[in-house]
Design a protein around this ligand. Structure first.
Ligand SMILES: *Cc1c(COP(=O)(O)O)cnc(C)c1O
Length: 383
């Protein structure tokens, strides 16, 4: 593995050494249940509350506004379904977009089957939602809108502040799947204008299986999806994942530190990779917005070369396709389809996700390998 270069940081990130170090005591000696009142419990509870403050500090919110979950899929479900149930006296209409993560789309589909009304707004050719479209879609029955911060496939950053202004003007709650954005982009949720936001530790150099939902105070609180204990104000019962929570807190604090310096260097590496590929390969097509894009994201279509062939050919590079595939069929990514990328071209997409630990040397190696593989595969392809 060690000779394979990891450039798939939108799928998951390696755990930061500082984060692992912070977690270790809570996997060993400090194993207490944070709900216990004896010293083992108090030690665990103190660690959880410290982490809650670390998360809140990154998000510019108060610690009581953080609900720990098992990750962003759960946070998305809790936000959408929990608010839908909590607000169903007011209305039954939810607005989202066609380019969202499946955790949002499939939750909305499930609610539609229960009688809720759902609108999926189109996105532009960059994958961006238009605030004017949002405003036009609002009805007296609209209770919630959900639009992601940065897109996990093409990196496009939605105009969150402008959408939030529309939401506030019409008194509609605004949730964002902010997994790709928090810790990389401005993360002050109040300044962004969000009422609810989902995040997950494993996309910001923390462990898998732990995340959070931000729920603004003095607004509707989501109904719990589970029944059980009274943890997390009853919104999310279940024994707290203390080590995971400590890891999420440490990851948030570390991201905040890296943001000023780290962001520009990741974007610089990404731009270098893009430039090198463009200099040696023609018929490259950039997916996503050229500027309003996550710093580490480079999603490219290589006309004439199917992305699966890429993955087979790239032996020393861990990247991902822009398409979801199962063993039998290859399907173009729903995000690229939503952006209007022709199906045949969409099937050639490769997503490079650069991160905190990538180096300039790695960019050189990856560029050389991609150029070699694409040239070889294009030479084999029929005219
Ligand atoms: C990774 C990801 C998720 C899912 O997060 P999990 O913690 O793995 O459930 C949701 N939304 C976006 C945008 C993501 O990138």
């Amino acid at each position: 593995m060690s000779d394979i270069i990891y450039m798939d940081n939108h799928a998951t990130t390696p755990i930061a050494p500082e984060v692992l170090e912070a977690m270790m005591p809570y996997l060993t000696t400090h194993f207490g249940n944070a709900s216990s009142t004896h010293p083992f419990g108090v030690t665990a509870k103190d660690a959880v509350e410290k982490a809650r403050h670390q998360v809140a500090d990154l998000l510019g919110c108060s610690a009581e506004e953080i609900v720990f979950t098992s990750g962003a899929t759960e946070s998305d479900n809790l936000a959408i379904r929990g608010i839908a149930y909590a607000c169903q006296e007011k209305g039954n209409h939810i607005i989202t977009s066609t380019a969202e993560h499946h955790a949002i789309l499939d939750t909305c589909h499930a609610l539609a089957a229960e009688g809720f009304e759902t609108t999926y707004l189109p996105v532009d050719k960059y994958g961006m939602v238009s605030p004017d479209d949002v405003e036009a879609a609002i009805t007296p029955k609209t209770i919630l809108m959900s639009f992601m911060y940065g897109n996990n496939e093409v990196g496009t950053i939605n105009p969150i502040v402008d959408i939030a202004a529309v939401a506030a003007k019409h008194g509609v709650l605004f949730h964002s799947d902010a997994v790709q954005g928090i810790g990389q982009l401005p993360s002050d949720l109040e300044a962004l204008g969000l009422n609810l936001a989902s995040l997950t530790a494993h996309k910001i150099y923390g462990p898998k299986g732990i995340g959070a939902l931000y729920v603004q105070r003095n607004n509707s609180q989501p109904h719990s999806l589970f029944y059980g204990g009274g943890q997390e104000a009853g919104i999310r019962p279940g024994t707290l994942n203390v080590a995971g929570i400590v890891g999420l807190g440490a990851a948030c604090e570390l991201s905040k530190k890296y943001m000023e310096t780290g962001k520009s260097s990741v974007a610089t590496l990404r731009d270098t990779l893009h430039r090198k590929l463009m200099a040696s390969l023609d018929a490259l097509h950039l997916n996503g917005h050229p500027e309003q894009r996550l710093p580490g994201n480079l999603n490219l279509c290589f006309a004439g070369v199917q992305s699966l062939a890429h993955l087979a050919g790239l032996k020393r590079v861990a990247v991902s396709t822009g398409s979801a595939c199962d063993s039998e069929s290859v399907k173009a990514s729903h995000v690229l389809v939503a952006m209007g990328v022709p199906n045949e071209l969409a099937l050639t997409a490769v997503r490079f996700g650069l991160g905190r630990y990538n180096t300039a040397e790695e960019v050189d190696i990856v560029a050389d390998e991609v150029i070699k593989v694409v040239n070889r595969l294009r030479a084999l392809a029929p005219e």
